[in-house]
Design a binder for this molecule. Structure first.
Ligand code: CO8
Length: 258
């Protein structure tokens, strides 16, 4: 499907979704949000795809919700149309591994979108922030919640209350991003990681993702119990048999996603 605000490509078993609304630094207007939801869903449902990379431009991953589009919204409109949540949670609902490759600004909803991904690889020019307070708003797509869980109360309060931006090094130091790379190497690094993941068994990678995400939803004892059940269930897959047999036979495994 052709999109107006996205560029979508497939490279081996990896779907690359690039936000492309350069005139507004990839700010999320209704069209972009609808298209992104559609593209993520399509990638998640496509049997040829095992991992997804979400990225923007060198200048901006995304500068947040489209301020011009939402400036005049009334409370009743926002409430009745369930503004944002109605079609905004697809990234966090995606079951296949989803990597954010972030260069430039990831602000407001842009930072929130990156945090909905499984991990963030940042270019050295990346800047993260929740500047909603500077325009008389608060984060509305999980920013106060995910940031507090991922980097702790002190940093989350600092970021959300001052509205300041955080550079890539600080973001890596506090655990918001997994790796920093030079800007020119961002996509190669993200694709290398995505292809590595896509080379493993798809159902097993999905189980890993589901289990790590569980850590953010339930107490430790429940999370460990959940992990144990999933661990037991890997023995019902052909890919576990193949993976362990290949190790014993000192050869590369040939996973069948089964
Ligand atoms: N919305 C609409 N247009 C934007 C946005 C935005 N968020 N950000 C940038 N633009 C537009 C600018 O208006 C400008 O357009 P024009 O040339 O027509 O005036 C163009 O993009 C380029 O921007 P700048 O000239 O400002 O570029 P600079 O390099 O000088 O500055 C900044 C870059 C620092 C990123 C600056 O543009 C900025 O501060 N942008 C706003 C950042 C912001 O406040 N984001 C938070 C928005 S609120 C939000 O995200 C709420 C989250 C709720 C959930 C979201 C789910 C959708």
């Amino acid at each position: 499907m052709a999109y107006n605000t996205l560029e979508v490509q497939t490279d081996e078993r990896v779907r690359v979704i690039r936000l492309s609304r350069p005139e507004a630094l990839n700010a999320f207007n209704r069209e972009l949000m609808d298209e992104l939801t559609d593209a993520l869903k399509a990638a998640d449902e496509d049997n040829q795809i095992s991992a997804i990379v979400l990225t923007g431009s060198e200048k901006a991953f995304a500068a947040g919700a489209d301020i011009k589009e939402m400036a005049d919204k009334s409370f009743v409109e926002a409430y009745t149309e369930d503004f944002i949540t109605a079609n905004w949670e697809q990234a966090s609902r995606t079951r296949k591994p989803l990597i954010a490759a972030v260069a430039g600004y990831a602000l407001g909803g842009g930072c929130e979108l990156a945090m909905m991904c499984d991990f963030i690889i940042a270019a050295d020019n990346a800047k993260f922030g929740q500047p909603e307070i500077t325009i008389g708003a608060i984060p509305g797509a999980g920013g106060t919640q995910r940031m507090a869980k991922f980097i702790g109360k002190a940093k989350a309060m600092d970021m959300c209350l001052t509205g300041r931006m955080m550079g890539a090094e600080e973001a890596e130091r506090c655990g918001l991003v997994a790796r920093i790379v030079p800007k020119a190497e961002l996509m190669d690094t993200a694709m290398e990681a995505a292809k590595k993941i896509a080379g493993y068994s798809r159902p097993i990678a999905m189980m890993v993702k589901e289990s790590v995400n569980r850590a953010f939803e339930v107490p430790l004892s429940e999370g460990v119990r959940f992990e144990r059940r999933v661990f037991h269930s890997v023995f019902a897959t052909q890919d576990q048999k193949e993976g362990m047999k290949a190790f014993v036979e000192k050869r590369q495994p040939n996973f069948k996603d089964a």
